[in-house]
Design a protein around this ligand. Sequence first.
Ligand code: SAH
Length: 183
Amino acid sequence: MSQVDRKFFVPIAKNAYKDVAQVIGYGATISAPHMHSYCLSLLADHTKPGASVLDIGSGSGYLTAVFGLMVGETGRTVGVERIPELVKRSIDAIKQTPAGHLMDKGRIVVHVADGKLGNEEGAPYDCIHVGAAAAELPEALVQQLKPGGRMVIPVGTDNQVISSNCYCRSINMKIPVLPLYIW
Ligand code: SAH
């Protein structure tokens, strides 16, 4: 995270380093830094150089850029976001960071699409991060996770309180739920 300056990803640069979520337009927010770092820490073992990452609801593109740097030139990071304007803006922002060359080389891509379907083209993934809440665990995402891979996804719609879950796909293809955290 220290390599990716948040000022490129927020609309008001002077707020870039506040530890709060910020509106980025089109009903979306960039998550607070503590939330980004928490998700990254949960996924750290699955974002080593060479790994493949799917970032659903990539929004500002901040985490997509960080994932890109973590998995490096031999890895691949796919962002999926449903709002075309945010995708364009996120690509412009990522290009201004040290992750820009990874985008130039096609190691980071961001698509406009419905994240519920994941991104079949780059599957299977070592790691899936979902930045948008889902009522249920989307089956397409489960299918696109490698055996032994990890997914962090907020599941639930209960009164704005989102229980976020961390799932690991075991080698024998069952999906044990790891009760890692709730906030
Ligand atoms: N990690 C992002 C989070 C952005 S907020 C960041 O910190 O910038 C969640 C994002 O998910 C929004 O940009 C929203 O447009 C997107 N989103 C919501 N539902 C989606 C869907 N079905 N498919 C793709 N993107 C979706």
